[in-house]
Design a protein around this ligand. Structure first.
Ligand SMILES: [Zn+2]
Length: 168
């Protein structure tokens, strides 16, 4: 039996630190990925998680949009890098580490990434739409960047989740 790692919530300083490359593809990495899966699955709207969000500063993230796009497969991204990006678009985002807000910001609609899988093989992958946005969001966590850093106008574009309830 293992304890579910807890989600780090802003302003926890670990969320502002940079993650380092994974060099050991070992049992510790497997355990980290299992822990990330459990935490992501425990959140009703969880479609992605980066290791930094549970306090592990390694370049590892999971992206799984299958709850919104049936058939989408889970991506386990180790040491990801963006090779190409196209078409800016607006994105409305939330984050498990910022539970009280959503934000409106600009992302790319299509990206090509390179990453390593759990067998250390290098993979290239093209993602579009929600999946592409989620990958960019999780990669930001690896640089200590949170979505509100990309919001152009905090008062206008950062929306407290409670605001919508009050407005109804
Ligand atoms: Zn996030």
């Amino acid at each position: 039996m293992s304890v579910l790692p807890s989600i780090r919530v802003f302003p926890d300083p670990v969320l502002r630190q940079k993650s380092i490359e994974v060099t050991h593809f070992d049992e510790t990495l497997n355990r980290l990925i299992k822990g990330l899966s459990k935490v992501m699955e425990s959140q009703r709207h969880g479609i992605g998680i980066a290791a930094a969000q549970i306090g592990v500063l390694k370049r590892v993230a999971l992206v799984d949009i299958s709850s919104r796009v049936p058939g989408a497969k889970r991506l386990i991204l180790i040491n990801p890098a963006i090779l190409d990006a196209k078409r800016e678009r607006n994105s409305r985002e939330g984050c498990m580490s910022l539970p009280d807000y959503t934000g409106s910001l600009i992302r790319y609609d299509e990206i090509v990434i390179r990453y390593q899988d759990m067998s250390r093989r290098t993979q290239t992958y093209k993602a579009e739409g929600l999946e592409a946005i989620c990958i960019q969001h999780e990669m930001d966590h690896m640089s200590g960047v949170l979505f509100f850093d990309r919001v152009s106008h905090l008062k206008r574009d950062l929306i407290p989740r409670a605001w919508r309830r009050q407005a109804n």
